[in-house]
Design a protein. Structure first.
Length: 155
């Protein structure tokens, strides 16, 4: 995956979480993902396709992070994963991938996005369609941690 494809996901994740959850977000150094297991206890996955590129984006949250984000978003205290939390993960996945899609379109890549899929459970195996590497971007908030993983390869 080319380095120029990373920033749209990084920028969108920071913007969406800071705006929707009123939380400060700091990214850490991106790295190549090892293995196929999900990172957090709940994840959102969306496929992406353009004429030139195909791939996916996964956002995965630790439990304190997603509960804090959803509590801030909905002005209600959440202490466990509920339907509201799962729905919020889907919405956040859509917004972050949509933000990345907008920035990538400004670079000349027009994407179609699949409907997001929400996955609950830690260490769930996610097998990608693309052959290229998955870039993992870790983030830290005052509520906890999340990771955005992206894979875009040429068709």
């Amino acid at each position: 995956m080319k380095a120029e494809y990373i920033n749209p996901f990084l920028n969108a994740a920071k913007n969406v979480i800071e705006t929707m959850a009123n939380l400060s977000v700091k990214n850490e150094k991106p790295s190549l993902k090892q293995g196929n297991l999900s990172w957090g206890v709940i994840s959102g996955l969306v496929g992406m396709a353009s004429e030139k590129l195909k791939g996916h984006m996964v956002i995965s949250f630790d439990l304190p992070c997603i509960l804090g984000i959803v509590s801030n978003m909905l002005s209600e205290q959440y202490t466990e994963i509920t339907e509201d939390v799962i729905d919020a993960v889907g919405e956040l996945t859509n917004m972050i991938c949509g933000g990345a899609k907008k920035e990538l379109s400004e670079m000349g890549y027009v994407f179609d996005l699949a409907m997001p899929l929400m996955i609950t459970g830690k260490d769930v195996e996610i097998t990608q369609f693309g052959k290229g590497p998955v870039i993992s971007i870790p983030f830290v908030t005052e509520k906890g941690r999340f990771v955005v993983e992206a894979n875009l390869t040429e068709r």
